[in-house]
Ligand binder design. Structure first.
Ligand code: MN
Length: 735
């Protein structure tokens, strides 16, 4: 076939599934690629353009992708092999096509050596992550498939190397994306070079028995077909042999002979709807004897990659077992072409626009359940949500880091000793700053030195992974206690000064133990060290210490005032007259300046009441009404405290509000509360709270908390309330 004929075939294939394809642009892409590769020859001696044409043919035939993908497939080696670049393709075709071509080139440039399983899994994730557009990986797999088909022209070393890579990376990706046809072809072609003897053994034995097998297949297919016709179930039956690599795995891993493989032959019945799937299953089990334990319902429970079908294995008429897979047309396409089929559905469906771009992936993900599925979702999410970045060590290991990671994160993920001795870093052989963000596929090399002074405190801000940060902190904690203490101390002292406190206050011997308890460190040095390595902040330490100091000071002051008062009282017995002083709340306490005064909760005195004071321990003077039962009870029961009771009186300049309480006993009636509130409001009482309750014998009890100016005001209010119809008693509670 000439190159022109090959191109014509491509156009026809594209038009057969996509009549609206942009044939003009596809032709331009072909001509552009032809020019780019005009000087190149393949290993086979053919003109190079044969290869991109064949890749485009696979993309069209196997995956039925859109026009942009065909254009990109035709030009997929242009950036790599000629002068052209992203800009030119973007201008001549479209930015999307340019992105696709560049994406494929990036994957082509990646070098990988074979590794243990976990490493391979990271590599596969990295490839998917790098293909921001899923079409990139689809084109790349097609590229690899054509290279595998033409591998015979390569050297034996290259054949082995590429085959291993295909088997370990590309076939599993094809499987993960649900593309079974691509996967089988990649596996069979790889096996041919990886184990030529094993491959030959299987293919030659299949060839030997080909007439026998063919006859069996034709006969069985006819039987199924005829019975379904009779049942009027619209259907298509396909028959196929198990593919060589799959046989190879069964023969070698399960140590079976060719005859022992139960699903060497498989028939596939494709029907219109899910109901018919189960009807066909009934028909097949009626025609042939089912083999126990071989029935699987992947329609009810789809596989993680979205695969759906009914599977059963039965015994054929000639004693040959075979498998039957039953599915609908849509299930069939998804099984054969995987995500590419979803892509196609999206193209034809209403999808479109940035919003619908990943609609099909979402749909695919929604069908996933179970642990295996979680892994699958995670893999795809790498692409969709990009929360991870994959980079190489110089010897080809892949490290998986959080997105935005820097060389610091990388160094600590290799080993904490590498991080602690790091003095610089190279990315793709260029020296970079330590805060540079790593990209998928970067090769990162850490420069270490024995004379390194260790990590810098700034690294804590640059590192993205908690692993790196905690290792850096660990280092500071262990290696630099002296320095941490010095740094911590100066940070602490600066913060203390800022808060207006002095070291002397902190160090006071009766205070220090309380402060240390409050910050939860045994000694000041421990606290300094923690601040030094970043385990605790100076701000936090000082704010806690300030709080504790305030509390201690207040207590000491009250204690001192009470003490002075007691002393003065003793003096005053010898020495008259008594000097009187004023407190803040309008209370005159004999012989005391500015002392802390609080009104007792039990009797809530107001100006005008006879009052008496009690010197408390630590809370100043508590003022009761002289007739408060609590006060008289206390004086009676604790005569040894008599010295603490002192005379207090109201000054002439009092405050304008005092909190007190009133209690009402009423005969209950409707609108009682309304009239009580009206009385309160006309007498300018500021009510804080009202608690009412009705008794069973139709009385109402009310407790009112309110602010009043003084005793006169309170008396006015109480008179007003007394006038309210139904109010029987108005009292001030005490005790
Ligand atoms: Mn290529």
């Amino acid at each position: 076939m000439t190159i022109q004929e090959q191109y014509q075939q491509l156009e026809q294939t594209v038009l057969s599934y996509n009549p609206g394809a942009d044939i003009q642009k596809i032709r331009e892409a072909f001509e552009f690629a032809d020019k780019c590769h005009s000087q190149q020859k393949r290993k086979s001696g053919e003109p190079y353009i044969i290869h991109p044409l064949a890749v485009a043919q696979i993309v069209a035939e196997e995956l039925k992708l859109d026009s942009e993908s065909i254009e990109a497939a035709l030009m997929h080696d242009c950036i790599e092999d000629s002068e052209t670049d992203h800009d030119e393709i973007s201008r001549l075709f479209s930015p999307t096509v340019a992105d696709l071509v560049e994406g494929v080139s990036k994957l082509t440039r990646m070098q990988y050596a074979t590794k243990e399983d976990e490493q391979m899994e990271n590599l596969r994730k990295m490839l998917i992550a790098m293909s921001k557009d899923i079409r990139v990986i689809l084109i790349k797999i097609s590229d690899r498939l054509h290279n595998m088909r033409t591998m015979e022209y390569q050297t034996p070393v290259k054949q082995k190397q590429k085959s291993l890579e295909t088997m370990e990376i590309y076939a599993p990706i094809a499987h993960r994306l649900g593309m079974q046809r691509m996967k089988w072809q990649l596996e069979d072609l790889s096996l041919k070079y990886l184990d030529p003897v094993g491959f030959h053994e299987i293919t030659s034995r299949l060839d030997e028995r080909k007439p026998e097998y063919d006859a069996f297949m034709a006969k069985t297919q006819k039987q199924i077909d005829r019975r379904l016709e009779e049942m009027h179930i619209s259907h298509v039956v396909y028959g196929r042999m198990k593919h060589p690599y799959s046989i190879y795995r069964k023969m070698f891993s399960q140590n079976k002979s060719l005859d022992e493989i139960l699903d060497l032959f498989a028939f596939r019945v494709v029907v219109d709807n899910v109901g018919d799937c189960y009807n066909v299953l009934g028909v097949v089990h009626d025609l042939y004897k089912p083999i126990l334990g071989r029935f699987k319902d992947y329609i009810g429970t789809p596989k993680p990659n979205g695969y759906q079908s009914l599977h059963t294995t039965v015994m054929g008429s000639d004693g040959l077992p075979f498998e039957v897979q039953i599915r609908t047309q849509e299930m069939h396409e998804i099984a054969e072409y995987g995500v590419a089929a979803h892509w196609k559905y999206k193209q034809n469906g209403q999808g479109g626009g940035a919003e619908g771009r990943y609609e099909w992936v979402r749909r695919l993900l929604e069908n996933q359940e179970g642990t295996d599925a979680e892994e699958y979702i995670h893999t795809l999410r790498v692409d969709l949500f990009s929360d991870e970045v994959f980079v190489f060590t110089p010897n080809g290991d892949v490290q998986n880091l959080p997105a935005g990671a820097t060389p610091i994160d990388f160094a600590y993920s290799v080993h904490s000793a590498v991080g602690n001795r790091m003095v610089g870093a190279k990315v793709n052989n260029r020296i970079v700053t330590l805060d540079c963000q790593l990209k998928n596929g970067d090769i990162v090399e850490i420069i270490t030195s024995k004379s390194s002074k260790g990590p810098s405190r700034d690294w804590l801000k640059i590192a993205r992974s908690s692993e790196a940060r905690s290792k850096i902190r660990q280092w500071f904690k262990k290696e630099r206690r002296e320095e941490n203490i010095a740094n911590g101390r100066s940070a602490f002292e600066a913060e203390l000064k800022h808060a207006g406190l002095s070291m002397k206050e902190v160090l006071a011997p009766d205070v220090l133990p309380l402060l240390m308890k409050r910050v939860a460190y045994a000694t000041l040095d421990d606290l300094y060290a923690a601040i030094g390595y970043g385990g605790f902040t100076a701000q936090k330490a000082v704010s806690r210490i300030q709080g504790e100091l305030n509390r201690v000071n207040k207590q000491q002051q009250a204690e001192k005032a009470a003490q002075e008062l007691l002393e003065e009282k003793q003096e005053e017995k010898k020495q008259e007259p008594v000097k009187t002083r004023r407190s803040e709340q309008g209370i005159i306490v004999e012989g005391l300046d500015n002392c802390l005064v609080k009104f007792s909760k039990c009797c809530t005195p107001v100006p005008g009441d006879d009052i008496v004071g009690f010197i408390t321990r630590g809370y100043g003077v508590s003022v009761h009404r002289a007739d408060c039962p609590n006060a008289s009870e206390a004086r009676r029961s604790a005569p040894e405290q008599e010295g603490r009771w002192i005379d207090v009186s109201w000054g002439d300049k009092v405050n304008d509000k005092y909190q007190t309480s009133i209690e009402l006993v009423c005969k209950d009636r409707s609108n009682l509360l309304l009239d009580v509130s009206a009385a309160l409001s006309t007498s300018n009482a500021f009510v804080i709270g009202v608690h009412c309750r009705s008794t069973e014998d139709d009385f109402a009890m009310m407790h009112i908390d309110l602010h009043v100016r003084d005793g006169k005001h309170l008396q006015t209010i109480m008179n007003k309330l007394h006038q309210v119809s139904g109010v029987l008693k108005v009292t001030r509670p005490a005790g």
